[in-house]
Design a binder for this molecule. Structure first.
Ligand SMILES: [Zn+2]
Ligand SMILES: [Zn+2]
Length: 206
């Protein structure tokens, strides 16, 4: 067995094949295998939400090829989180896919969504109506830093990251302290811009 070097990129451990396997499993358990195939991709640029369902056309277009549907998962946000968050995020987006492909509706968080979410959560999937990560997870992290380059967010329980000394492990970008969750918009401390220094540190695995 060869030891692989730690991945320098922000690509999470699960491959897109793994994601498709997970998707197929959830499709069988909760959607009766009725969801048509869909592309699932990791996104390094998606940082406003952990996951996103998108389509080119509206839900009433009958030709699926004409409206490319896509589930994107945020590599920066999900990379350091437990797998349960990934499953919850994928399940959330699959409910949107179900609304779009089968109910022929524009995805929303209305009664249909809630009904399906409650059904899946009875098995402990931990889906929320938000696209962001669960407060319970983020509550553990009192501090957060965002990479000014790629947007990756580093959550820590203690203030162990020094923007003046540490750089983003993915892109070497500068780090700036930010609010630990997306739900507390006023909590961002005012920080002076980080000084530019040459020291690099791979923060992965902290
Ligand atoms: Zn949603
Ligand atoms: Zn970065």
């Amino acid at each position: 067995m060869s030891r692989r070097r730690p991945a320098p990129s922000s690509t999470p451990a699960l491959t897109t094949d793994d994601l498709q396997t997970l998707w197929a499993d959830l499709n069988g358990r909760y959607f009766d295998h009725a969801l048509p195939p869909i592309e699932i991709a990791w996104s390094r640029r998606l940082t406003v939400a952990a996951g996103m369902f998108s389509s080119r056309g509206g839900p009433r277009v009958n030709d699926p090829a004409a409206c490319r549907r896509l589930i994107r998962l945020s590599a920066p946000l999900l990379r350091e989180q437990p797998n349960a968050d990934l499953v919850g995020t994928l399940a959330h987006e699959m409910i949107h896919q179900w609304q779009f492909d089968l109910l022929k509706r524009r995805p929303n968080h209305g009664p249909d969504f809630r009904r399906k979410m409650d059904e899946m959560n009875r098995d402990g999937l931990g889906i929320t109506v938000r696209h962001n990560l669960e407060d319970a997870v983020l509550a553990l992290a009192k501090y957060a830093w965002r990479c000014l380059g790629c947007g990756k967010i580093y959550h820590r329980r203690r203030r162990t990251i020094r923007p003046g000394r540490h750089r983003c492990g993915s892109c070497r970008g500068l780090l700036r302290e930010t609010a630990p969750t997306a739900h507390r918009p006023t909590a961002a401390p005012t920080m002076p811009p980080p000084p530019i220094v040459q020291m690099e540190l791979n923060l992965d695995g902290w």
